[in-house]
Design a protein around this ligand. Structure first.
Ligand code: SF4
Length: 255
């Protein structure tokens, strides 16, 4: 079995999207090549962290030296398992930066009859395709132009990869969630264009108002309720399942 770099593994409640409040074991893979300014887990962008921290409930109870093996990761999943578990959530950083390692763990988790849930920025359709057969749920981001996730000239390439990930996900029968982080003054026309591109797909579309982390970000970046209503109504013209869901774990003060 191979080895990889993991920032942390923990058991907590899903804080985003339609499965908010459901118990997950999160595996936060190390490294992400994008520079989203609102990133809430910048500590996971280091591709080679020395340690992988293991949390159960709220306290750190174990620390392992990276890289860790897929076998050891599976042992952690067994140790952190609780009867209310919904899924194993592969998150980051960007889990698809470690696609082969993710695939190995996900295959083993599937053989244990566990649900696998992938959270990805969608920046590599090729990597997504290589792991898709092992996943039950996928939450794929669409970055807006004002997220500054890539240089202007690379935006269309990123968007193309995100759309391709969504297409692969739906075609492989994965329950597909598309997540867009919404800032104040998000152009309605940009959201509408995305929805037109997605109108043929059976997806759940989540508008997630950005969480400001002072002093790094001012509260001025958070959209107001009126904007969210307007964006939601616009999405509703093209897609059946639209929802506005903030990061609930931030309100709860949990990891
Ligand atoms: S893609 Fe995700 S992990 Fe990477 S910088 Fe953006 S928000 Fe952070």
């Amino acid at each position: 079995m191979s080895k990889g770099y993991i920032t942390e593994i923990f058991n907590s409640l899903q804080g985003e999207g339609p499965y908010v409040g459901r118990r997950h074991i999160f595996i936060r893979f190390a490294g992400c090549s994008l520079p989203c300014f609102y990133c809430d887990s910048p500590y996971a962008k280091d591709p080679r962290p020395k340690f992988c921290n293991i949390f159960g409930d709220t306290s750190l109870f174990k620390r392992m030296v990276n890289p860790v093996s897929a076998n050891v990761t599976i042992d952690c999943i067994k140790e952190l398992h609780t009867p209310d578990l919904h899924s194993i959530c592969y998150t980051g950083g960007e889990p698809l930066s470690s696609a082969a390692f993710v695939k190995e763990i996900a295959a083993e988790a599937k053989s244990m009859q566990l649900n696998n849930f992938l959270e990805t920025s969608g920046n590599s359709a090729k990597s997504f395709a290589s792991v898709a057969d092992y996943f039950d749920y996928a939450s794929i981001d669409i970055k807006l132009r004002n997220h500054l996730a890539v240089e202007k000239e690379d935006y269309d390439k990123l968007y193309g990869n995100e759309l391709e990930c969504i297409k692969i996900s739906v075609n492989r029968g994965i329950e597909t969630i598309v997540k867009v982080i919404v800032l104040r003054n998000t152009p309605v026309g940009e959201i509408e264009g995305i929805c037109k591109d997605l109108s043929d797909f059976d997806i759940k579309f989540v508008l997630q108002p950005v969480t400001a982390h002072p002093p790094l970000q001012s509260a001025d970046i958070v959209p107001d309720v009126k904007e969210l209503f307007e964006l939601s109504a616009t999405v509703g013209l093209y897609l059946q399942h639209v929802m506005v869901i903030p990061q609930v774990h931030k309100f709860m003060g949990i990891h």
